[in-house]
Design a protein around this ligand. Sequence first.
Ligand SMILES: Cc1cc2nc3c(=O)[nH]c(=O)nc-3n(C[C@H](O)[C@H](O)[C@H](O)COP(=O)(O)OP(=O)(O)OC[C@H]3O[C@@H](n4cnc5c(N)ncnc54)[C@H](O)[C@@H]3O)c2cc1C
Ligand SMILES: *[C@@H]1O[C@H](CO)[C@@H](O)[C@H](O)[C@H]1NC(C)=O
Ligand SMILES: *[C@@H]1O[C@H](CO)[C@@H](O)[C@H](O)[C@H]1NC(C)=O
Ligand SMILES: *[C@@H]1O[C@H](CO)[C@@H](O)[C@H](O)[C@H]1NC(C)=O
Ligand SMILES: *[C@@H]1O[C@H](CO)[C@@H](O)[C@H](O)[C@H]1NC(C)=O
Ligand SMILES: *[C@@H]1O[C@H](CO)[C@@H](O)[C@H](O)[C@H]1NC(C)=O
Length: 495
Amino acid sequence: MKSAFVVFSACLPAIAIASNGSNQKTPKPDCVRACSRLSNNFGPDTHSPGNGNLTVWDAKQQEVQSACRVLPTSTEDVSGMLSIILEESCNFAVKSGGHAQHRDDSVSVGGVTIDLTRMRATEISPDRRTVRLGTGHKLHSLYSDLEKHGLTALGGRAADVGIGGYTLGGGLSHLSPIYGLAMDNVFEYELVLPNTTVVTVNEITQPELYFALRGGINNFGIVTHITVRAVPQRQYYSGARTYTADKRDLIINQAYKLTTDWKNDTAMSFYYSLGYNQTTDEFDISFTQEYSQPIMNPVPFEELNQIPFESDTNRIDWPSKFSEEVNLADPSGSRNHFSTVTYYPSPDLDRKIQDIMKDEIQSVKMVPGFTPRIVLQPVYEASIRAQKERGGSASGIDADGPLTVVLLLTKWENAEDDDTMNAYIDRWIEKATTATKDAGKYYPWRYINYASKRQDPFSGYGEQNVQRLRDIQRRVDPQGLFTSSGLCRGFFKLN
Ligand SMILES: Cc1cc2nc3c(=O)[nH]c(=O)nc-3n(C[C@H](O)[C@H](O)[C@H](O)COP(=O)(O)OP(=O)(O)OC[C@H]3O[C@@H](n4cnc5c(N)ncnc54)[C@H](O)[C@@H]3O)c2cc1C
Ligand SMILES: *[C@@H]1O[C@H](CO)[C@@H](O)[C@H](O)[C@H]1NC(C)=O
Ligand SMILES: *[C@@H]1O[C@H](CO)[C@@H](O)[C@H](O)[C@H]1NC(C)=O
Ligand SMILES: *[C@@H]1O[C@H](CO)[C@@H](O)[C@H](O)[C@H]1NC(C)=O
Ligand SMILES: *[C@@H]1O[C@H](CO)[C@@H](O)[C@H](O)[C@H]1NC(C)=O
Ligand SMILES: *[C@@H]1O[C@H](CO)[C@@H](O)[C@H](O)[C@H]1NC(C)=O
């Protein structure tokens, strides 16, 4: 029988890896059986032994070997596949865009990877105000589907990021000053519950789950479709300018002004980063301007654009094209580790947070491929207002003023440097957090999509919200499948 071959080939690669991987699991006989049944029931076309043609961003996840990967094309597939996986007690992971950075987040260690990549429905409502999307969309497929119709939806910057993790975790967008985060703009979820029942989750049908999915990420089952706000979109202004490090103080002051003074212009958004270049042993700055209108040199950036720069890609173009450009800056294949802090805006603190990175890299800058970049971006006052108007979210971002969100993105090349890099990231997190407290600017919310596994972003949601989330989680998942000791352990777990 054909399935015997599938079973055999499915277990080979994982066993080979298991011999030297530290916490790599050998595929249990349960998973071998699950994969064989999945292949029989859903056809060889939706099943591949091991990882198949998996595309994920991070090298640590690329190294993981699954027993098999399945490619559902409908919600019924997802539910049916989950039934088999659970009947066989096999561990699994769910992948949308595959931009998470840690083993088992979206590529299952020895179990089944449920890859949503073929779930790319785009259904625009007749009144053009909402769009129903499959959660296998990447930002690029979302943008290109919608821009043909003069529409867009809240999305992030890099083309290959999946709307699954992006939207369930929060979603910072160039449209956030007008509409809040992406999760504030989801009206309905289609969810496969841990018991494989499919439910429609909106404010009326499932108010508890509707609360939970806006910030609670992958603790409640598998989201197969989301219905989100559609927004008219023509070409708009964006691009990046690069600067030498001696312009840092000028840039920091401009960023502060844009964060705090331009409350009235919600078309404007930006982010900027300070990066270390190992080849030149120097730092450089990249500043991305976004103005959601087709206007060259918009007024908010006039002062900024007086500062002498090195290169410039600002232009009027389509969302999909900008996302392709941003994608080039972070190609797949490195080892990556995100970590984050949030604080009330302060130019002194921006400098301090960056200086901590600069000081800490001195002892590790010879690590092959070491490329740290510290990215700063605001959560605008208007964005917080828009979130409140939509009823807020489980994340509890409720500041009385704008916030600065910092992402420390660390890249390196080799597994043997993982411990050194983790220690460096730990030091930055500790010192950066202390600096925000010392300055009296500390804010507890940490963006879960930028957080390190060594941080606990849920603790920043507020005690009441976390308790409520944990209670809802236990109610819909009494067997604890989507928990830290369950069959789907990836990313951040509430219980
Ligand atoms: C280059 C780059 C650029 C980025 N730019 C931005 C940006 O502009 N704005 C921003 O806010 N963030 C940005 N991010 C962060 C990004 O939002 C997170 O990395 C996000 O979690 C990635 O989602 P994904 O679907 O690609 O990843 P995945 O690894 O597929 O998913 C992340 C986690 O969510 C779970 N998950 C995904 N889909 C589902 C689902 N349908 N049901 C249940 N669980 C699911 C997965 O199991 C996994 O544990 C960026 C990240 C990178 C690497
Ligand atoms: C594990 O072993 C295989 C084969 O012996 C080797 O190719 C691979 O590089 C090793 N991986 C790690 C992470 O050491
Ligand atoms: C993997 O890629 C090959 C070559 O592009 C293709 O023929 C095959 O159908 C793909 N398999 C799956 C399961 O997508
Ligand atoms: C916004 O406010 C600034 C000053 O705070 C002013 O210069 C600018 O013209 C205003 N823009 C709009 C669109 O009202
Ligand atoms: C570092 O600088 C060199 C020389 O200017 C350049 O070629 C290279 O692209 C830079 N690397 C990064 C990661 O920006
Ligand atoms: C699955 O769980 C939901 C929510 O807990 C419940 O309403 C539903 O009846 C369950 N379905 C089955 C088939 O047990």
